[in-house]
Unconditional design. Structure first.
Length: 342
């Protein structure tokens, strides 16, 4: 009787297929090499570690800032509709939008992709989105990891994580300490749901027929704000900022002010996007909407009133910031005025 030979591939892990993906990423990287002074850029994919040269940085007193994040169960929406070319943009956005909150310029990005069974076609589409996100954020994809994990994930399931590093001068770091009494709170519009609240969304659309329009809206990628916000920082126009993610407007704004100040938020001024009006009709309270979704506000800026006109000028029409509140002295950290207008 012939003895059956065991192998890694028979257990569900295909290393040769993973190598093909690495080669594809490497070729893609070479095509996307930007004109930078980093001497390691031409051969950065496929090694055991990634190198990035910061010696040519013109930033004085540089501080390194790092972030990591994922896209949550928005992955399940991508799987449900079999559309994978934009989820990578979300992954980059969720990391670099956190970096710029502290005033950091994104330098590079790494990804981690885990799945039950490596699907080369699907993986290439995901990577394509990650490259697009890095291009929008003006940072480099310098490495990552792909893990085939049969038994941990079913064959069609996958997970993504992103890791990003940025750099900022000590004098340019944004944060609570720079916030002043009577500073204005500006809302920068979101592109849609971004990457939060999808467990609730999925429960609402379960076993429902979904229109092509709604499918497109649910997978609309997260807006990357680095281009505009970094210009504001360079021109010393803002004191603090908040990336509106899990926890919604109120929780994220509180993280951006000192304890002896209060946020005065006029909810009636928020320009609620259509997708959130659709969600509101699904019997969700205003309180739940505010703590689960961005409700049309993807990023907030805290700045002196005298700078508002200049700030607005750095944004394109669709994403022009508008005033939704102000900062005052007080122990109560947030005062909600009026109600959301649906």
């Amino acid at each position: 009787m012939k003895k059956i030979e065991n192998s890694y591939q028979k257990s569900g892990v295909n290393i040769s297929l993973a190598n093909k993906l690495v080669k594809h990423i490497s070729n893609l990287s070479k095509k996307n090499v930007k004109k930078t002074k980093n001497p390691f850029k031409k051969d950065i994919i496929g090694g055991f570690g990634s190198l990035f040269d910061i010696s040519n940085s013109d930033i004085k007193d540089p501080v390194i800032v790092s972030c990591t994040d994922g896209v949550g169960t928005k992955l399940e929406i991508a799987n449900k509709f079999k559309k994978f070319d934009t989820i990578g943009i979300d992954l980059v956005a969720m990391c670099v939008n956190d970096l710029i909150v502290q005033g950091a310029k994104p330098l590079f990005f790494l990804d981690y992709m885990a799945m039950g069974k490596l699907n080369l076609k699907k993986s290439k589409k995901i990577i394509k989105g990650i490259y697009k996100g890095c291009s929008l954020a003006q940072c480099d994809l310098i490495g990552g990891e792909t893990a085939e994990m049969p038994g941990t994930y079913s064959s069609d399931k996958f997970d993504l994580a992103g890791f990003s590093v940025g750099i900022v001068s000590k004098k340019k770091i944004l944060g609570k300490k720079k916030v002043k009494n009577k500073n204005i709170i500006l809302a920068v519009p979101s592109s849609g749901l971004h990457s939060n609240g999808f467990s609730l969304v999925r429960s609402l659309i379960k076993n429902k027929n979904i229109s092509a329009k709604l499918k497109k809206e649910l997978l609309r990628p997260t807006k990357i704000y680095s281009s505009e916000v970094l210009k504001l920082i360079k021109n010393n126009l803002i004191n603090s900022a908040a990336h509106i993610t899990g926890g919604g407007l109120t929780e994220n704004l509180i993280r951006s002010i000192p304890q002896n100040f209060s946020i005065n938020l006029d909810l009636s001024k928020i320009r609620v996007s259509e997708i959130f009006k659709w969600l509101k009709k699904k019997n969700i309270s205003d309180r739940e909407m505010l703590k689960t979704f961005n409700c049309g506000v993807g990023f907030c800026l805290i700045a002196p009133k005298k700078n508002v006109r200049k700030i607005v000028g750095f944004f394109k029409k669709k994403y022009k910031p508008y005033e939704i509140g102000h900062i005052s002295k007080g122990k109560k950290q947030i005062n909600l005025i009026n109600s959301l207008i649906w």
